[in-house]
Design a protein around this ligand. Structure first.
Ligand code: B12
Ligand code: SF4
Length: 521
């Protein structure tokens, strides 16, 4: 089998002096299309671009959101580039990443193609087996990509680059040593100047700027890979840095909304409150939101939660996942309890913050009774606190999650190629314990659960509809949830005929998910 990376490496080695003389310093970075809400310019690429720009490289960002003809653009920009870097999450990203890589390899076989991001970091060996992938940057990418670019520019050997996996001259896969997670305070600020928020606003309808104030979460949930990437260390910018960044960036780009991409923002509650106070003191007005766990928010005082709201927090996403203590234990989420979910709903409701509770259905070991318990408890919470919405998902096993060994024992087949992971995240059912009638019942009970909450929300806003709609639709729906009876679902037919009332929401922003994403759970 021919090895293109090997030849590309040799090519880069052999021509490095010429490359420098002819100014071959361009790095092309591509963010493929995904299913989900637009969240401004891809922060991963802005972070990667910064050290490269500081070192004198030219960086070209190609983001599908604002460049629908991305393949054409990449083929054009590949001319004279040093490397093409592609960011890959499990799911739809993969399809476009593969298509573009193959097209580029056809016309520029010597251009190194480097994958990075969560999917390729967690399934490195399998991804690198593909002939069109030459190297993978594992984990945090800023320093590794810079070192790779510099070595290519200087025609140096790639052995020993920390965090890099690549194919050597003989086509063997080589994994460089691990690169310790860098303190994010030591990394340069993302290159926001590379992405015009105005252009993104035209594509998404809102002037947004994604920001990460911390990485890493101390917990070890069995279905989550944060621990693999960030080693359970909460690694955060100092308060002053967050406040001064936002106070500078928001007015500069006229930003309306800042989604924080932190894994678990409230790990350090004192810091979070100080950030909120700093934003208020700065006088800068914008909306911001974040994800966290209920155990942290439940511990905050009502006044501190109000401070968050006053500083612009209008939405918070929570990985509540289940209301069954047994299922939470299976997930290694013993740190979270139902009373904290209730307390979180209460305090955020008082403060006027909208919250989305994520729910995982069909987790290995979950019984139908435990699932119904989750629906009942969550419905009760939503009944009392109207600021609560839900984002339910059928459990999807992503690469590298700690529970994989047990899943294999339970008969789950791990995808055997990069392409096979493309459809997995779309909820394609792969769970042997959730097939046929069981899966149909789950989907139906989920629809009823969402419908019940939707009826409550809609009728709250329209007083005249309150009594009649609740009596005709609401009472039978609640009865079904209480009794777990889902045959002859006439209420669903009625609701579908009237309008799309069954709404799932984005955990990140709280906004309803797009139609296609709605179908997937
Ligand atoms: C924002 C986000 C999204 C956004 C991303 C879009 C956008 N405009 O940014 C959207 C909504 C698309 C999304 C979707 C999904 N997401 Co998401 N998401 C995140 C989140 C919260 C932040 C990611 C981020 O931007 N971080 C900040 C940047 C700076 O970090 P980064 O992206 O990791 O990039 C660094 C490295 O990964 C690396 N790197 C990244 N790309 C590249 C490329 C190259 C060439 C190189 C060299 C390096 C490199 O270097 C970067 C700088 O250090 C993370 C959780 C987290 N805390 O990171 C989850 C996370 C990445 N998502 C996750 C999941 C499960 C999903 C979904 C599968 C969920 C679903 N059920 O649909 C989908 C998959 C995509 C789809 N359905 O199309 C998982 C990981 C999944 C996986 N195996 O890929 C995470 C880790 C959450 C978790 N803890 O489980 N997500
Ligand atoms: S609390 Fe959230 S980020 Fe932390 S390990 Fe659990 S799922 Fe992952």
């Amino acid at each position: 089998m021919t090895n293109r990376w090997a030849s590309a490496t040799y090519c880069a080695l052999a021509t490095s002096k010429r490359a420098i003389l002819s100014g071959r310093h361009k790095v092309v970075l591509f963010y493929p299309p995904y299913d989900g809400p637009p969240l401004g310019a891809p922060l991963s690429l802005l972070c990667l671009a910064s050290p490269l720009l500081q070192a004198g490289y030219e960086v070209v960002l190609v983001d599908n959101l604002i460049a629908p003809n991305y393949e054409e653009t990449i083929l054009r920009e590949a001319e004279g580039a040093l490397l093409l870097g592609i960011s890959v999450l499990t799911g739809p990203h993969i399809g476009a990443a593969v298509r573009v890589s193959k097209a580029v390899k056809k016309v520029r076989p010597n251009l190194p193609i480097v994958f990075g991001g969560w999917h390729s970091s967690l399934a490195t060996q399998q991804t690198l087996r593909e002939p069109y992938v030459d190297a993978i940057v594992r984990g945090q990418g800023e320093l590794t990509l810079l070192e790779l670019a510099q070595r290519l520019t200087n025609g140096q050997d790639l052995h020993g680059v920390r965090g890099l996996s690549f194919k050597d001259a003989d086509g063997h896969i080589v994994h460089g040593p691990e690169r310790p997670v860098a303190d994010i305070n030591t990394l340069p600020a993302p290159a926001y100047n590379l992405a015009d928020p105005g252009i993104y606003a035209r594509a998404s309808g809102i002037r947004q700027l994604a920001y990460t104030s911390s990485v890493g979460c101390p917990y070890q949930c069995n279905y989550c890979t944060d621990q693999v990437f960030y080693k359970r260390r909460f690694n955060a910018y100092r308060v002053e840095r967050v406040v001064s960044d936002l106070a500078e960036l928001v007015p500069r780009y006229n930003i309306e909304h800042v989604p924080l991409f932190d894994s678990n923002f409230l790990v350090d509650r004192k810091r979070a409150v100080a950030i909120a106070k700093g934003i208020i003191a700065s006088g800068i007005k914008f909306q911001w939101d974040f994800q966290t766990s209920t155990d942290f928010l439940a511990l905050m005082s009502e006044d501190d939660v109000r401070l968050l709201a006053e500083s612009g927090v209008h939405h918070i996403g929570f990985g509540t996942e289940s209301a069954s203590p047994e299922v939470l234990a299976l997930m290694n989420k013993r740190f979270q309890h139902v009373d904290q979910m209730v307390e979180t709903a209460r305090k955020t409701n008082l403060a006027g913050i909208h919250v989305v509770f994520n729910i995982i259905l069909g987790y290995p070991g979950e019984t139908e009774a435990q699932r119904q318990q989750t629906f009942r408890v969550m419905s009760d919470i939503a009944k009392e606190f109207s600021n609560v919405s839900f984002s339910p998902n059928i459990f999807t096993p992503y690469p590298g999650i700690p529970i994989w060994p047990q899943l294999k024992e339970m008969g789950v087949r791990e995808p055997q190629s990069l392409q096979e992971w493309e459809t997995l995240a779309l909820g394609t059912n792969v769970l042997p314990w959730l097939r046929g009638e069981e899966l149909r019942r789950l989907r139906r009970s989920l629809e009823y659960f969402l419908l019940n909450n939707q009826i409550r929300k809609v009728t709250k806003k329209i007083p005249w509809a309150k009594r009649s709609v609740r009596r005709v639709l609401g009472a039978p729906v609640r009865w079904r949830i209480g009794k777990s009876r889902y045959s002859f679902p006439w209420e669903l037919w009625v609701s579908r005929a009237v309008e799309k009332v069954v709404t799932r929401r984005s955990l990140l922003t709280g906004r309803p998910l797009a139609g296609r994403t709605q179908e997937v759970c």
